[in-house]
Write a protein that binds this ligand. Structure first.
Ligand SMILES: Nc1ncnc2c1ncn2[C@@H]1O[C@H](COP(=O)(O)OP(=O)(O)OP(=O)(O)O)[C@@H](O)[C@H]1O
Ligand SMILES: [Mg+2]
Length: 503
């Protein structure tokens, strides 16, 4: 089964995320609006309650005054006042400002279990909540029951239902009993507002959901197209095609990745080119002596028996060419080995002693050139590193110095210390290197025309090996030279590389 693609995964995630986000924002918004409406209904209810209880209190006083003015006393006056009040009640709620409410009036009769309904403004006002009404009478405090609607949030999916707000207000009646006014408010206006908000809220929510999913898909499409480029690059590396260049525009991680991949492909391409060049050069270098040997073998076969001089010449030439081949093989092996060695020793050694040793070895080899060898004569100069590898590099430089210096010339190695670095200079008074050759001498198989024509027998592998050793030892190597005057190769090495690396 094919695993779910990143695009599909992101789509699912985007939908889940958007539903969660948009859903919670919608629910929260609806909740705040519904809560506001409920509060508004509550305050309307209390305003109606206030108006109703003030009106009844005033009417009670008026009824008492009127009964008194009729000259009645005692129980008769109370009865008359009660009668007058009950007659006045309907008019009390016919005035403006209380239209939204519904009202019912109850009186407590002697012997009855609870207040009895005597008047109501409209049927909505008649609520069967005897217990609350009786409690309002006994505690003599206004008591709210309701609103009793469905949960505020149900209005999101169905018609809003905020319930109805009921307040039972106890009233002192002229006949010393306690009556109750039920103030009922049905928040139809608030419910209407909530209902009208539902549809646009859903449309906006759905739109936000679609927009956010679409945006995530667009972003994902963009990212995936960049990833696709990277995959193309990986494929082309796999197919050995290294001339692809990925677009690096933009300041983002994928551009950084493309940049790194381009650098990697450049490096691989350069390495592949160098490898091809190396193989071609090595084959060419080997082919020359092989051709020479074959030529002399033919001469030997044809004239070797009759002409002893010819035979001698052929044998000498074969010996020379085979030695050259052996030397080339040794140098190639040395180069391959030096590139393979990854772990360098790190021991303390005296570079002055090492330099003197290298010079002494060269002196025995180039005895017939009567060169003057000058080495560092001061005490030890210690540094940390791999003495064998550094001596190998130094040996290559000294060998060149001897090889490219005329008889009775001078070859000198000098060392000095500059803070935490050691500088080694190999100077000769030889033929020098033409300026145009200097940038190329560290390339494999490169030989300046001068040294080629002189038939010094080199292959152009010494300096690349030396440079590789110095580079991998964390040092630097450079050259100064003047044709006809001499050459100086300079090596700079850290005295303690491990310390430098740690810092
Ligand atoms: N001290 C020097 N004086 C003059 N030319 C030099 C000196 N050292 C190097 N060169 C030039 O740089 C070229 C490359 O040197 P390198 O040591 O790599 O090769 P080589 O000496 O020709 O051969 P190999 O070292 O492989 O036997 C030489 O052919 C020579 O032209
Ligand atoms: Mg050399």
């Amino acid at each position: 089964m094919r695993p779910v693609s990143i695009r599909a995964r992101v789509l699912y995630l985007a939908i889940a995320f958007a539903v969660l986000l948009v859903g919670s924002v919608t629910i929260a918004t609806y909740f705040f609006v519904a809560d506001g409406m409920a509060r508004s209904a509550q305050s309307t209810t209390w305003r109606l309650t206030q108006v109703a209880s003030n009106a009844v209190a005033k009417a009670t006083t008026n009824a008492k005054i009127q009964a008194a003015s009729e000259g009645l006393v005692g129980a008769d006056r109370e009865k008359e006042a009660q009668r007058l009040l009950l007659r006045a009640i309907p008019d009390l709620f016919a005035v403006g400002g209380v239209e939204e409410g519904a009202f019912a009036f109850y009186v407590q009769e002697n012997g009855a279990s609870g207040p009895r309904l005597v008047w109501f403004s409209d049927p909505r006002a008649v609520v069967s909540d005897k217990a609350s009404r009786a409690r309002a009478v006994s505690t003599r405090q206004s008591l709210q029951s309701g609103p009793g609607g469905r949960s505020l949030l149900t209005g999101m999916f169905a018609r809003a239902d905020l319930g109805q707000y009921v307040v039972h207000v106890p009233i002192d009646l002229p006949d010393r009993t306690t009556g109750v006014v039920d103030v009922v408010y049905v928040p139809a206006r608030e419910e209407e507002i909530l209902d009208s908000a539902r549809r646009p809220m859903f449309i906006v929510g759905l739109f936000a959901l679609l927009v956010s999913v679409l945006m995530m898909q667009i972003i994902m499409g963009w990212v995936l197209s960049l990833v696709e480029n990277v995959r193309t690059a990986a494929d082309s590396i796999d197919a050995g095609q290294l001339d692809l260049h990925l677009p690096e525009e933009g300041e983002h991680e994928i551009a950084d990745l493309a940049h790194s991949l381009n650098a990697l492909m450049d490096r691989l391409r350069r390495r592949a080119e160098a490898q091809t060049r190396f193989v071609a050069d090595a084959s060419h270098e080997l082919a020359t002596p092989v051709a020479g040997i074959r030529g002399y073998v033919n001469i030997l076969r044809d004239w070797g028996a009759e002409d002893p001089a010819m035979r001698e010449e052929a044998i000498t030439a074969i010996d020379r060419e085979s030695r050259r081949m052996a030397r080339l093989c040794a140098e190639l092996l040395s180069m391959i080995r030096s590139e393979e060695i990854l772990d360098f020793r790190n021991v303390r050694y005296d570079i002055n002693a090492a330099s003197r040793e290298v010079l002494a070895t060269a002196a025995t080899r180039y005895m017939d050139k009567h060169l003057e060898f000058v080495g560092p004569d001061e005490g030890p100069l210690w540094l940390y590193g791999d003495p064998d590898r550094i001596e190998e590099a130094l040996g290559i430089l000294v060998d060149n110095a001897c090889k490219y210096t005329q008889e009775a010339g001078r070859v000198q190695v000098m060392t000095s210390r500059h803070r935490d670095r050691v500088v080694i200079e190999v100077t000769d008074t030889g033929i020098g290197i033409p300026e145009r050759d200097i940038p190329s001498i560290f390339e494999r198989f490169y030989r300046s025309d001068e040294s080629r024509s002189k038939e010094t027998g080199g292959f152009g592998l010494g300096l690349p090996i030396a440079k590789h050793i110095i580079d991998t030892s964390g040092g630097m190597i450079w050259v100064r030279s003047k044709v006809g005057a001499g050459t100086t190769f300079t090596i700079s090495l850290a005295r303690n590389r491990t310390k430098e690396l740690k810092e």
